[in-house]
Structure formats: C-alpha cells, structure tokens
Ligand binder design. Sequence first.
Ligand SMILES: NC(=O)c1ccc[n+]([C@@H]2O[C@H](COP(=O)([O-])OP(=O)(O)OC[C@H]3O[C@@H](n4cnc5c(N)ncnc54)[C@H](OP(=O)(O)O)[C@@H]3O)[C@@H](O)[C@H]2O)c1
Length: 415
Amino acid sequence: MTTASSQRDLIVFGATSFVGKILARHLFEQFGAHGDLKWAAAGRSLARLEELRASLGPQAARLPLFVADAGDEAALRQMCLGTRAVVSTVGPYALYGEPLVKVCAETGTDYCDLTGEAQWIRRMLNRHEETASKSGARIVHCCGFDSMPSDLGVLFLQRESVRRFGQPCQRVKMRVKALRGGVSGGTVASIMNIVREAAADPQLRRELANPYSLCPEGYAPPVRQPYVRSAEYDGDFQAWVAPFIMSGINTRIVHRTNALTGQAYGGGFRYDEAMLAGRGLRGRMTALGITAGLAGFMVAGAIGPARRALEHFVLPAPGSGPSPEAQQQGFYDLRFLGHTDDACSIMVRVTGDRDAGYGSTAKMLAQAATFLALDLPKADKPGGFWTPATLFGDRLIERLEKHSGIAFTVLDGGS
Ligand SMILES: NC(=O)c1ccc[n+]([C@@H]2O[C@H](COP(=O)([O-])OP(=O)(O)OC[C@H]3O[C@@H](n4cnc5c(N)ncnc54)[C@H](OP(=O)(O)O)[C@@H]3O)[C@@H](O)[C@H]2O)c1
C-alpha cells in the first residue's frame, strides 16, 4: 500500500529503548528488513541504532536508520515526511513526547505510542487535536498494557452483551486475577514524573481525579463513578480487592471510548478496576498490604529526597527491565464482569502470554503500529485523537488473538 508520496510505511522512534528493541525484533521477525512493511528504526544515537541493527543479524544490514532528537522539530519533520505512520517509545512522554505529536498532527502522519500519562494526553488533546483533524493524522495513545486490554476487553464484553441481551452493560468491573512480570526503568520514570508533577500542581491533581478527564470538553454524565481506593470486599467476586495502579489511565481511556462512540456503553455507564487479593483473612491482609505499598510509593515519589533515593537505590534505571526469561514466564489474566440494568450479567476474560509491561506490550504495539501503517485507509477513519477501541475495534482483537498471544474469552453470562 505504499504510494509514491510515502516511501516508508512505519518509523519506530525510540527503537533503542527497552521496549523499542523488543518491538524492533518483532517487526523484523514478521516482516524482515525489506518485506511487506517498509520500516525504519529511529532514535537519538546513531551508534546505538547501529548496535540494535547488528543485534538483529546480517539480514538486517540494510534496515534504514534515522537519527533525530526528540526535541529537534526540524529533524522530526524530516523523519515524518514521506512516512505513513510513526510509533514512539520515547518516554517519559510528558518530558520528550510533544514535538513529535505536534509534527505528526501538522504533517498528517499517523502516530501511536505507549504513554499512560493522562495529564500529558490531555495537554496533547488541547493543543493538537484540531490540527490533527484538519491534516488527517490519526493519533492513538495507550497502545500497550495500558490501556489496550481494558479498552478492548470492555468493547468485547459490550459486543457480547448487546448480542445476548440486546443492550450494553451499564456497570462493568475489571479485576486483575493474575499479573506476573517486572517493570522497566522507563515505566518507573514515567510514573515518578506524574507523581512529581501532581505533587507540585493542585489543578493537575483535580484533573487527574476526574474520571472524564480525557473525554471531549464539556462531557460530564451525571453519574458517580466507582473507585477502589483502599482494601475492600467485592461481593461479586467474593474476594478482597485492592487499588490497581493502572486504573487511573485505563478508566479514562474506556470513558473516552464511550464518549467518542456517542455513549455506546450507555449514558449511565460505570466502570472501575482493581486487583483481586484473595479470600478470607489472608485476602484481606494482602489487599491491605498492596494498598499500603502503593500509598507509600506515591508519598515517597512526591517528596524530592525520598524520590531520588528510590530512583538511585531501589527502582530499575531507564533502559533496563525484566530479563527475556522473566518476560517469557510472565502472564496476566483480567476478568471483566458486566451487569445490565435488567440484571443480566456476563463475564469475559482477557489473558496475555508474556509479562504485561514488555513482552506483551511490545506485541500489542506492533499490531497497532502495523495496522495503522498498512491497513487503515484515511478514508475509513478521519484525523483526530482516537482510542485503541474506537480506531481499531474488533479487527484489532482478531489480530491480537492471531499474532500477540492475547485471548478474549466469554466465560459465562445469563440473567
Ligand atoms: N503502556 C504500557 O503498558 C507501557 C509499557 C512499557 C513502557 N511504557 C512506556 O514506554 C516508554 C519507554 O519505556 P522503556 O522502558 O522502553 O524506556 P527506556 O528504555 O528508558 O527508553 C527511553 C527511550 O527514550 C529515548 N530518549 C530519551 N531522550 C531522548 C531524546 N531527547 N531524543 C530521542 N530519544 C530520547 C532513549 O534513547 P537512547 O536509547 O538513545 O537512550 C530511549 O530509547 C516509557 O515512557 C514507559 O513509561 C509503557
């Protein structure tokens, strides 16, 4: 599908990041260096890009490389011209990401990334949505573990609910049943940056507390959204639950999907996410432990010296992350329980066969990026800021099941 005006289908910007290297290997294994996907690896250091290319083997010798600093708009523009889509893993996005989003919006280049930084997405919407709508650039954030499984899991559940009951579920709960895998320095740096920004800015704290913060301006259904903020007992799952660190971004993306689809999930749609901690006293203690650990992490992250000590002595440094074995042994199992207004219920499961943050995230991102670059004609979807569910929909679910080790399963449903 490459036309005369686009010499490249896809650029991987940040190909030398921890997750970028895994993504580059996936693309190389699926398409080679000069296959059906015409792609290039980009980053700020030619030496590191050459090292990455060499690590892919001799067949990759002619993979094009492109050097650009995240702050160099002229170089980014040069990179985008003649390119159909860009996938970026250069983060924290709130620190480095805006110039590329701006250039993509201006040049009509499609863009996807892995950010989970709600405050930064809001800024990008405010500043670049109108330009992207005019230029035809399709911008889609959150194409990793946050927030694809949540966004597509709810879409999958609602499709099944409408098929079975003739209506969507007004109340959906996502519960993390299992999650095994490590974190990388890049993710830690992004979380620390949100905590640091929020600690310094009361207006941002208010914005982050708004479940509709990523919905179009003025969208405010008169519904109080549920929110698991400490250890509590969940009667539906007959287990104790604890707060889930990714719920802050995932719930915002799911509500944006509902808003962009004209409330396909209903005007009174309510959604929350939490971690299942188990039953009985042990479950309760585990839920309390998770809650206390999370609160301690947030408090330490907000205090300068404590944050620096954490970054230096406890947390992984940027560029590092879980070993290939840990990625291989990692997995996740998410349960979505939906109830309709007529008391019909349905449960679906989303599982991944690698650690959530890296092995599985890189496979999801590869599918989003190649979908954008090869299979989404501009006539099908106009420019603007989308969510994974609204831009890719069911077709991405099929592709994730086929190529990414992710399974979407209906467990039960009745009335
Ligand atoms: N949504 C999810 O589920 C999910 C999962 C994993 C990661 N993430 C996010 O994805 C991002 C990448 O994570 P990671 O662990 O792979 O991070 P990482 O290894 O620390 O990589 C950061 C990348 O940014 C590049 N970079 C930094 N400053 C730059 C600049 N001025 N110009 C150009 N490139 C620059 C670095 O280049 P060099 O290689 O040259 O140093 C590196 O490639 C993070 O923001 C993380 O939060 C999200």
